[in-house]
Ligand binder design. Structure first.
Ligand code: G1P
Length: 280
């Protein structure tokens, strides 16, 4: 089986949950400890063996392209040097979604980039600890079919996510039966929520073409996946770690706390600070 070498990173969303900051900066550039969230996504892809990345941007996202230029001016900064080392080995391409028409519509722009059969999709505002795409690649080797990472969410939150229902397989895998984008808690088939890491196959592009506007009048990736699921077997995998949706304020803060406490340079200080606060 071919190894997965290509990743598509949708980063065109408006970031309305993070207004007013996102009036003039993309949510993918929000800092988490030392670096913007999109750098975590790129590093996760790089460390999982991805060599080619397509970032789908849109209006107001120019700073994402500038960020991935190599640094030629400032010397001796370990954070810049770390990023440059990765940039030396990756091919990063950009394309702009012409209008904000949903995640499914954004993925459509990747068709000519993806000539291999299977590719990764990683949302540009999502951090997973440990790296989720690496875990999905191992599951993909087992089934050689599209795989979607899921996590259990509280029932009252299911209307924030794509939800899957499926038959239990070994370990933490499911054979998908049905997918629905942001159902109400009353109509949701489960509380297994799509968390934003996928391994997809070329068939998704045909399925997107057949997809009518869904939730919020947008072309939803979840609806396209539901069409694809009628044509081929698809699997979901319950992610073993934690994921942070950085476009949402509590998750952004929590990610800063967890990663700040683990950080070599700042960890001791932040941990002491939090311990003190908790004693008050
Ligand atoms: C998107 C997907 C949804 C998924 C979510 C994960 O929704 O459409 O299926 O559960 O990402 O964060 P969004 O958050 O863009 O509304």
């Amino acid at each position: 089986m071919q190894k997965i070498r290509k990743a598509v990173i949708p980063a065109a969303g408006l970031g309305t949950r993070f207004l007013p900051i996102t009036k003039s900066m993309p949510k993918e550039m929000l800092p988490v400890v030392h670096k913007p969230v999109i750098q975590y996504v790129i590093e996760e892809a790089y460390h999982s063996g991805i060599t080619d990345i397509l970032i789908i941007t849109g209006k107001g996202k120019r700073s994402l392209e500038d960020y991935f230029d190599k640094n030629n001016e400032i010397e001796n900064n370990i954070y810049l040097d770390d990023l440059d080392r990765i940039l030396d080995e990756l091919n990063i391409f950009f394309i702009r979604q012409k209008e904000v028409k949903g995640l499914g519509d954004a993925i459509r722009y990747a068709e000519s980039f993806v000539n291999d059969d299977s590719f990764a999709v990683m949302l540009g505002d999502t951090i997973t600890i440990p790296p989720c795409i690496h875990e999905l690649m191992a599951v993909h080797e087992k089934y050689n079919a599209p795989i979607i990472a899921v996590e259990r969410v509280p029932w009252e939150m299911v209307d924030h996510y794509g939800i899957i229902s499926g038959a239990d397989l070994e370990r933490d895998d499911f054979l998908i039966e049905h997918l629905v984008e942001k159902p109400s808690p009353q109509s949701a088939p489960s509380n297994l929520a799509i968390l934003g890491s996928y391994i997809l196959t070329h068939g998704i592009f045909n399925a997107i073409q057949q997809t009518s506007p869904g939730k919020n009048g947008e072309i939803q990736l979840t609806d396209a996946l539901n069409i694809l699921n009628c044509q081929q077997k698809m699997y979901a995998h319950l992610f073993s770690g934690r994921r942070y949706d950085i476009g949402n304020k509590p998750d952004w803060l929590k990610a800063n706390i967890e990663l700040g406490m683990q950080d070599k340079e700042l960890g001791k200080d932040i941990t002491g600070f939090i311990e003190n606060l908790c004693r008050k």
